[in-house]
Ligand binder design. Sequence first.
Ligand code: ADP
Ligand code: MG
Length: 573
Amino acid sequence: MVRLSQELRQILSRIDGRGYKAYQDIKGVYDFGEYLLSIDHVQGDPFAAPSRVSVRVRMAQAAFPPELYANKIRRIALGDFLARAFDVAIEEITKGKRGTGRSGLFLIDAGGQEVLERNAVVVETEFLEARFVMGLPAAGRTVLGRQAEEMFFQELPQIVRRALFFRSLPAKSLWEHIEVAEDQEGLRGQLDERGLVAFVANGAVLPRRSGVDDRPLLAGKGQVVVPFQSPPDLEVELQRPNQGPIQGMGIPKGVTLIAGGGFHGKSTLLRALERGVYDHLPGDGREGVVTIQEAVKIRAEDGRFVEKVDISPFIKNLPFGKETKTFSTENASGSTSQAANIIEALEMGARLLLIDEDTSATNFMIRDARMQALVHKAKEPITPFVDKVRQLYEEHGVSIILVMGGSGDYFDVADTVLMLDEYRPLSVTKQAKEIVQAFPTRRTGEGGETFGALPRRRPLPESFDPSRGSREVKIDAKGLKAILFGTTAIDLSAVEQLVDLSQTRAIGEAIHYYAVHYASRGFALKEGLSHLMEDLERQGLDILSPFKVGNLAKPRIFEIASAINRMRSLKIR
Ligand code: ADP
Ligand code: MG
């Protein structure tokens, strides 16, 4: 039932000075003329999670030109822009704290450098809806009704007017935001037909400000920033639907090596490629860097849990006869964890693996001729990646981009070799092949005949118990890289393409959704999660939560699987 906004005013003045529980009376929907205000959940006390509120504006009134939300990616980008505008408006308009706990707070879930599908601002054909939270003001535990009235009747209307109506927004940056996001989808969509797995535009700025600041590195005061420039023989031209043709380096399918001296920018390039599965903001520097959707960063992760993964392509004959076709461990080594990470990525349909020597297990990556001479093959369980990489590509069509400054043994198996020289990529495939002729490797190939079939594991439904204490379902994101699912802690610190806390929250909820809808029906992990992704595509992120929230962002299937694979409660049939 929709009530008049005056009723909210009356309730607030009636409950002024009463105990905090009296705030429960304001739950409901109110007509503010320009928008509907919905108070969806009222916090229990001033220190609890703040109250969930949403505002719905009719498209006819918000008056965005329909082209701005004409397709899915445009709706996502428009929602993203509006959440950021809302966030800025909160900053400009609110006076901040006004009592105990979170009193006076407004908070919306605006994104970082990526433009992700999120449900902070949902754009539909008929209306748009912003979801945010408010800290309802209190002195001690006493309702401050006047101040709440100020929040609902002074501040919020100004925020809404500033952020959710086309007329108040900077049209040029809004259009740019949407077109640049759509262009990245367009670029990504051309990779496959052009025989590429990634593209880095000329002029792209890859380095970031710091390890904890994802914005572009700024030039000045002794700081040099070298914009990306493709080597001539790898340069291609792709089309952007809005901004037209663009030139840059195309990385072909196959095995690509990124060599070069230490500190010359190898890892920075690889990290940009990892993030190229997402769209970036205009001005990010990486809005011309795109990678195919099915690109997965692989690294070593010793200590991780592994449940029945067939790592036998890489590792066989462990000491004391431990078998590796259904390899399980509570405490993987560097090499077994890296092998499991690869097999799990392949299981989910990865078509490009991104690997950096900095975060790899050396004995997994290489085993040179001298070591082969000392340690007999029968005593070495590991088949190094160098002997498997061509089979991966030739039998399974999986490309690899590998940062490797430390071993030339990979020259034999690479299709493309890049060398970074003071942040500039040089194409050195020819030289590398000449070196292979001049200095033949004395290694013996250890790869065997084939890579072997890819697995299809079926998780048992009892793996996923979301209950904790008296709560039947209790799932929390504990920062970007950790989830507490019921009482099961999930460590995602090595899952490097997880970029947004709201994705982490969504993953926690997605595991539960998957468990209830698909694991319970015996689906294999890949099939179950593919169904989940289709449900998300069709019905949106809201299906993940039993009540209305605005703090979820869409994760990829690979990161959801990564979380499930790291649950120490996971049991495979
Ligand atoms: P490598 O992996 O080759 O050792 P990194 O990629 O870690 O090198 O880069 C080393 C340093 O150089 C980092 O601090 C990074 O931010 C900086 N850097 C990388 N690329 C550029 C660039 N194009 N312009 C300026 N600085 C860069
Ligand atoms: Mg490095």
